[in-house]
Design a protein around this ligand. Structure first.
Ligand SMILES: [Zn+2]
Length: 99
């Protein structure tokens, strides 16, 4: 029922008004706030984004990835010293997308 909803909003608006120290001239603000709070609590059915499995991005979505350092071929060392390209790890992070 529409009236029932209005009652709830009015109650809520009243509660907000008291909560804020009963300021004058804020009726509309409180009403709107009450409506929003009511919606958030599901008084009014709001279109919420359904969780649809299958819309999820696949695990391991490319973005950045590790790759074998081309400089040291993944050994992390060149002539006995740490490879500067990968910092001695033998692995470099490459941007797959937008890089
Ligand atoms: Zn390297």
């Amino acid at each position: 029922m529409q009236d029932e909803q209005q009652d709830r909003i009015r109650d809520r608006a009243h509660a907000i008004w008291e909560r804020e120290g009963r300021p004058e001239g804020r009726h509309t603000d409180h009403w709107l706030q009450a409506e929003q709070e009511g919606s958030a609590e599901g008084v009014e059915p709001v279109a919420s984004a359904p969780e649809s499995p299958g819309d999820d991005a696949a695990p391991g979505t490319p973005g950045t990835g590790e790759d074998v350092c081309p400089t040291c071929q993944g050994s992390g060392r060149i002539e006995g010293k740490a490879c500067e390209n990968c910092g001695g790890t033998g692995i470099v992070i490459k941007g797959v997308a937008g890089g």
